[in-house]
Ligand binder design. Sequence first.
Ligand SMILES: NC(=O)N[C@@H](CC(=O)O)C(=O)O
Ligand SMILES: [Zn+2]
Ligand SMILES: [Zn+2]
Length: 351
Amino acid sequence: MMSEPARVRLRRPDDWHLHLRDGAMLRAVLPFSAAQMGRAIIMPNLVPPVRRTHEAVAYRERIMAALPEGSRFTPLMVCYLSDDTDAADLLAGHADGVFTAVKLYPAHATTNSQFGVTDPAALAPVLEAMEKAGIPLLVHGEVTDPEVDIFDREAVFIERVLAPLVARHQGLKVVMEHITTEEGVAFVRANAPLVGATITPHHLIFNRNAIFAGGIRPHNYCLPVAKRERHRLALREAATSGEAAFFLGTDSAPHLRSAKESSCGCAGVFNAPVAIEAYAQVFAEEGALDRLEAFASLNGPAFYGLEPNEERITLVKAPTEVPAEIAVPGEGAVFPFLGGERTAWSLAPDA
Ligand SMILES: NC(=O)N[C@@H](CC(=O)O)C(=O)O
Ligand SMILES: [Zn+2]
Ligand SMILES: [Zn+2]
């Protein structure tokens, strides 16, 4: 048996699904992503959401102002799709290099989705314009029908919403965000290369038991909720396959501890401090470290029609202590994924 390499060097990764929030939270969490990622798709689910070009320009400026000195991190802005999206503003914002993509949240599916889309079929003219302009549609793929079991909402969304949407818009680029099921993996494979998917580190590492391990674990609760073990195994197989349709998207989604440790806790896992280390551990366990660069640094840019980063990072097989919590001055603290534990892999300081 070949021994596992103790270090891997790869092009700097990008995060194709990231929540940075705003204000004190933005300032507290951004340095973690900026230390690892070259670029990130910045999710627009602020309150109020980022719907218009001028809002995205202002948000991008707030992000740039919060970056550590000397950081070359590039935020890629996203338009939050709503029933009354202004297609002309969206197209102009894309042409001006402000909007990289558009996000479809079914109304009430997840955090701050109350301004989301009530009927995706009614947005056909906007989607047609996006198809022509080559703007990718990023999708939170869960139905919101309360009759549908929460663990089935992704599979039912594929059947009821996504498959018909992709059939209606055959030239539209679509990213199924944070896939959590074998049905998601199969749908992406069947519809590649115009359909791709992001996969989070936490959905590769835990299954739904983690939400109930010895008691209720609010920090392991996110949407789409983690599924059974066989789904986690399908996600690991897809991520480590090297196939171009699957790429890195952390869905790092910080909420204050007070908002998560509550009688009605918010959904979201804050994994930015350990994202690349967690992915490296998964790829090492699967004997696939030679395919980490495809997943983390090559497939995403290729899907979005961008060049991969020129810079390289080095990951070494050495433990890092994950802080138990990260302060958000004036507001409280956030609990990071694997907080208080040690990762098996570490990101070497920039050479
Ligand atoms: N994933 C989550 O559980 N939460 C995200 C929203 C999302 O990506 O659905 C958030 O913004 O908190
Ligand atoms: Zn989502
Ligand atoms: Zn998200």
